[in-house]
Structure formats: structure tokens, C-alpha cells
Ligand binder design. Structure first.
Ligand code: CA
Ligand code: CA
Length: 241
């Protein structure tokens, strides 16, 4: 599988579960990950698309998942790291079953708790420390600790990587690293209520460019028609920033 510069995905090879059949029209992808029978992609609006094996829920993205900054996939799991540091995992828990909730994380780079929704086959890890960019490992265990500290139950181990993601650029509200007339148009659509970004906080972070100070975006925590106008002026070369 490969991620192209234009945000599209190409895949080849084994396709027994449809894991190499990229959904048609898939664009705006910023990251990809592959298990053995499913594939997952992160979109530039912070939502996740998955395809391939659905029997055990590997390619079934939890409803409403948004604000995602990193993804990973393995043989039996798919996971997403939310911008607030929460880790959501789903997949073939029948192989590595969870029996109760919440479960303690007993070995982790990130202290926290895990809760499990059996109906959705979804586990959510809530860290109690901030996730910095880097690689992390979480091990959860269904057995009680013995006095010697052993955990005789079944381990589930997640490894994931939190990356910086594509750089945010003032005015680039569709996160394609270019500020052009489309960004101005999208901002205007947002101002008049026609656009409802899945990750509104990030949208406002990049969309709030006006007023300018000394010719540079300063912002006033409000995204309104002045921001759309400032982005338009910048995109046609009137305000170079
Ligand atoms: Ca843009
Ligand atoms: Ca503003």
C-alpha cells in the first residue's frame, strides 16, 4: 500500500478480505496503516476510513469517531489516537478477550485506564499524562495480579505511534498545505452555517487569521466573514503574510 502526494491511496497484493481494494473516490488521506486482512486510512478532517475484514469488526470504525491524529493497525486490532490523547481500539477481541471493564493498564509508556464496550468491540484508553510525539506501548491484562506481580490472564498488547501529522498553516482550512481560494470559500461556507467540520476546534485554529497584525495573522478567536476575506486576499497575493 502507498500514500501518494495528492492524498490518494494505492494498494496491491493479497485481497482475500478486500483489504487491497481501496474505496473509490478516497481522497484527502494523510496517513495509512495495514493489518493482515484490513486497511485503515486517516483523512485530513480527522476522521477514519477502514476497509477489508468486517467479520470481527476490524474494519468497522466506531460511529462518530473524529479528531483523530494518528492511526495504527495489526492482525487483530485497529486503533486511533484522538487529539486529546485518548486511544480508541477496536477489532477481534474474540481472540484476545476482555472480560471486565475498566481494566488496568499494567505496563505502559502512558499511565491511564482502559474501558471496554463489548457491544461495539471498542476499547478506550484514557491517559492520565499527556501524549507527546513518539512511540508507545500499552499492555492490558484480564487476570488479577498475583502477590508477586505476575499477570496470569490473557495479554493484549497495543503498540502505537503518535506523529505530528501534517503541519497546520494559517488559512489552510482543508489541510492540504496550500492556502488558496478554496480555503476562502470553505471558510465562508462555515461562517454562513453551510459547513460543519468534524474537528471544529482545529478548523477554527487555522481559520481564525483576521485581524492581521503587522501583516501577519493574529486572530481574535472568532471565525467570521473577515477571516474568509483575509484568506481570500492572501490566496490572490494581496497579503503575503
Ligand atoms: Ca488549503
Ligand atoms: Ca477572526
Amino acid at each position: 500500500m502507498a500514500l501518494k502526494n495528492d492524498g490518494t491511496v494505492v494498494a496491491w497484493g493479497a485481497d482475500g478480505s478486500g483489504q487491497s481494494t481501496v474505496p473509490s473516490g478516497l481522497t484527502g488521506i494523510t496517513a495509512i496503516a495495514a493489518g493482515s486482512s484490513h486497511t485503515v486510512a486517516l483523512k485530513n478532517d480527522g476522521t477514519v476510513v477502514a476497509w477489508g475484514e468486517t467479520y470481527s469488526g476490524l474494519a468497522t470504525v466506531p460511529a462518530g469517531l473524529h479528531g483523530v491524529k494518528a492511526i495504527d493497525a495489526g492482525d487483530t486490532y485497529t486503533m486511533a489516537v484522538i487529539k486529546d490523547g485518548t486511544l480508541v481500539a477496536w477489532g477481534a477481541w474474540g481472540i484476545y478477550p476482555f472480560f471486565s471493564s475498566p481494566l488496568p493498564i499494567y505496563e505502559s509508556a502512558v499511565p491511564g485506564t482502559v474501558s471496554y464496550d463489548p457491544a461495539g468491540r471498542t476499547a478506550t484508553s484514557t491517559p492520565t499524562a499527556p501524549l507527546e510525539d513518539g512511540a508507545y506501548q500499552v499492555r492490558v491484562n484480564t487476570g488479577a495480579a498475583t502477590p508477586t506481580g505476575d499477570h496470569p490472564g490473557v495479554d493484549t498488547q497495543w503498540k502505537f505511534y503518535v506523529g505530528a501529522g501534517p503541519p497546520l498553516k494559517p488559512g489552510d482550512v482543508n489541510y492540504d498545505t496550500i492556502v488558496n481560494v478554496f480555503d476562502a470559500l470553505l471558510t465562508l461556507q462555515y461562517v454562513v452555517g453551510l459547513l460543519h467540520p468534524a474537528d471544529e476546534a482545529t478548523f477554527k485554529t487555522v481559520g481564525d487569521v483576521a485581524p492581521l497584525e503587522n501583516g501577519k495573522p493574529k486572530g481574535d478567536t472568532v471565525v467570521n466573514v473577515f477571516d474568509a476575506l483575509a484568506i481570500l486576499r492572501h490566496s490572490v497575493g494581496l497579503d503575503p503574510w
